[in-house]
Ligand binder design. Structure first.
Ligand SMILES: Cc1ncc(C[n+]2csc(CCOP(=O)(O)OP(=O)(O)O)c2C)c(N)n1
Length: 662
């Protein structure tokens, strides 16, 4: 392609970005105009992508980490020929129900790999995608899994703290098929970057084990050469591309005024002149469209060849690859769950639910080969690694356990990337209190509907001596506030395995498993093949006759509720206990089911070693809540439960007083 051709193609992106933002009266023209040359080189010469099948498993991934520049990808998808992304859709940029929302949403627009907008997340997702690629290649061979992950990252992406976790992990794992193109335009919303930053970004990447280069991001030849070098590196690569934000805009180019608002008619006219683009808004000259569509055909042959190689795989291996990419669970999961429940029925265990989790994983992990575990440096505390698991590390990516380091946020975002890549169900470990450090990524997993599973142990003051910095108080409520996230808090070993089953079966949502550090008795001794946690709450211990008191509890507090029931029985008060392992599943039940579980006892008590917020949906605003009102303290856990009044005696007293018996 000659220089003039390249310029026309890049200008098509610029024109669409200017026009769509102008029409929407909002949006970000600066990034697409500045990064158009980079995108044009990538999609005309480098990236393996077939618009006819945007989900082709062996495609290269392209992540626009700076999601505010969404018009860049929408323009590309339209120009390359993704059928659904019509010019009509481009004209409906940022409108309700369009395929071109304000920020890229992977579940709305074909060809979008991940939802971006919160800066830094896309870059960290890409690390997970690159891990997934290496792992699946180790398992299924390079002729089936062999693609690269490209990221376009802005100043904002690289200023966010998560970027440090992401690049350190990628460098450590030597993910040499990851290429980050840094849109080095020196401008952010407030003005020149010099207002707030003086980091030498290439040096930072270099220190983390990356190959780096600095180029002119408007020089197509230099871009292509830098990418070619990156492809032959044995490290991940970062290419700092000096660009001008809003390239082509006569007065706003290079200024923050090009970043995030419509350029205005005069500026757009001036840009059309400067770029020698004479066509009307939303009109692409036929020869330019033809060139773009031809670029869109580049990978058709590669995809067909790939399909042939898949067809030639041994039948069982092919079926396994296809099953994993579809996200279907293997048939033997149910056998594994059953065997765990059988052994717990034969020999009940009084163990922490984190230990019960490990016990369940001993059976589940061999049965579900797509699970990749990990921990943010708390492996021995989270119990997320079973004995037979090998570490996933360079150069052997076949292992199934990742030492994420003390990088909770990067871990959670990488897990999203693995799930988005497909073929993998990531799970990981940290303390529940550090869910705050992963929350932005958990929220995005919930928004995207990705199956990632966060094992979060040390789930209350029950962790004891580490004290209030480590004791989650508001975290269950805060996580329950995230839509489309299941928060499980099993009460014993049996519920733990049942919750695992539910988390794995939840294809379209993430899950958190809140697990104890301290031992809890096994409350369910009889083998029950049904998954009793499926409706989120169920009566675990019934009253002897019509109940006067219903006690609802989760996790480690269920056994306290059962003890309170006994105390009340001694006072001839009939109480029942309902275990509530998952609020979200329970509150999603039809009214009659919910009403039946809540029951009509005059006194309703909720017990959870956490704040009350959210509990009124179950116990009502006049229900009694036994839990925490403030931060915890440092002491052995049994003393803490006494100190904060979360005991069977206090629960029984509360019931009696509410019944007017005290
Ligand atoms: C986590 C997060 N914080 C803040 C924002 C709001 N925001 C959007 S773009 C941006 C910075 C823009 O600078 P840069 O990343 O350099 O993008 P460019 O100006 O080059 O388009 C900010 C602060 C965001 N999207 N995500």
């Amino acid at each position: 392609m000659n220089r003039a051709q390249h310029n026309h193609m890049a200008n098509a992106i610029r024109a669409l970005a200017m026009d769509a933002v102008e029409q929407a009266k909002s949006g970000h023209p600066g990034l697409p105009m500045g990064a158009a040359d980079i995108a044009t080189v990538l999609f005309t010469q480098v990236i393996k992508f077939d618009p006819a099948d945007p989900k082709w498993p062996d495609r290269d991934r392209f992540v626009l980490s700076a999601g505010h520049g969404s018009m860049l990808v929408y323009a590309l998808l339209h120009l390359l020929g993704v059928e659904a992304v019509t010019m009509e859709q481009i004209k409906k940029f940022r409108q309700l129900g369009s395929l071109t929302p304000g920020h890229p949403e992977n579940f709305i627009t074909p060809g979008i790999e991940t939802t971006t907008g919160p800066l830094g997340q896309g870059l960290a997702n890409a690390v997970g995608m690159a891990i997934a690629e290496r792992h699946l290649a180790a398992e299924f061979g390079d002729d089936i899994v062999n693609h690269r992950t490209y990221v376009l990252a802005s100043d904002g992406d690289l200023m966010e703290g998560i970027s440090q976790e992401a690049i350190a992990l990628a460098g450590h794992l030597k993910l040499n098929k990851l290429v980050v193109l840094f849109d080095d335009n020196g401008i952010s919303i407030d003005g020149p970057l010099t207002l707030a930053d003086s980091v030498d970004q290439p040096k930072r990447f270099e220190a983390a084990g990356w190959s780096v280069s600095r180029i002119d991001g408007h020089d197509a030849v230099a871009i292509a050469a830098a990418v070619a070098r990156a492809k032959s590196s044995d490290k991940p690569s970062m290419i700092a591309c000096k660009t001008q934000i809003g390239y082509g805009a006569p007065t706003k180019a290079g200024k923050s005024s090009a970043h995030g608002s419509p350029l205005g008619a005069d500026e757009i006219n001036g840009a059309r002149e400067k770029l020698a683009w004479s066509d009307a808004p939303f009109q692409i000259p036929p020869e330019v469209l033809t060139q773009w569509r031809a670029a869109g055909q580049r990978s058709q042959g590669a995809r067909k060849e790939w399909s042939k190689r898949v067809a030639a795989m041994p039948a069982n291996k092919r079926a396994e690859f296809e099953r994993r990419m579809r996200g279907d669970l293997p048939g033997n999961l149910n056998t594994a769950i059953r065997s765990v429940k059988e052994s717990l029925a034969l020999a009940p265990k009084e163990i922490a639910t984190r230990t019960a989790c490990e016990f369940a994983l001993e059976s589940i992990i061999p049965a579900v080969p797509e699970m990749i575990g990990g921990s943010a440096d708390l492996t021995g505390s989270n119990n997320t690694r079973i004995k037979t698991m090998k570490t996933l590390a360079a150069p052997d990516y076949a292992g199934r356990f990742i030492h994420y380091g003390i990088r909770e946020h990067g871990m959670a975002a990488a897990m999203n990337g693995m799930a988005l890549h497909g073929g993998i169900i990531p799970y990981s470990g940290t303390f529940l209190v550090f869910s705050d450090y992963c929350r932005p990524s958990i929220r995005l997993a919930a928004l995207m509907g990705e199956r990632v599973i966060h094992v979060m142990t040390h789930d209350s003051i029950g962790l004891g001596e580490d004290g209030p910095t480590h004791q989650p108080i508001e975290h269950l409520a805060a996580l329950r506030a995230i839509p489309n996230l299941n928060v499980f808090r099993p009460c014993d070993a049996v519920e733990t395995v049942e919750c695992w089953q539910l988390a794995l079966e939840s294809r379209d949502r993430p899950s958190v498993m809140a697990l104890t550090r301290q031992n809890v008795p096994q409350l369910r001794h009889m083998l029950d093949e049904r998954n009793r946690c499926v409706a989120g709450a169920y009566e675990i211990s019934s009253a002897d006759g019509h109940a006067q008191v219903s006690i609802f509890a989760t996790g480690s507090e269920v056994s306290i509720a059962v003890d309170a029931q006994k105390l009340l029985d001694g006072q001839r008060v009939r109480a029942r206990v309902v275990s509530v392992p998952c609020f979200e599943l329970f509150l999603a039940q039809p009214d009659d089911v919910r009403r039946a579980v809540i029951g009509d006892a005059v006194v309703k008590i909720g017990v959870e070693a956490a704040v009350r917020q959210g509990w009124d949906a179950i116990i009502g605003s006049d229900g009694v809540f036994v839990g925490m009102n403030g931060f915890g303290a440092s002491a052995p856990y049994k003393e803490l439960y006494k100190h904060f009044g979360i005991t069977a005696e206090k629960v029984a007293e509360a019931a009696l007083s509410k019944l007017g018996k005290r």
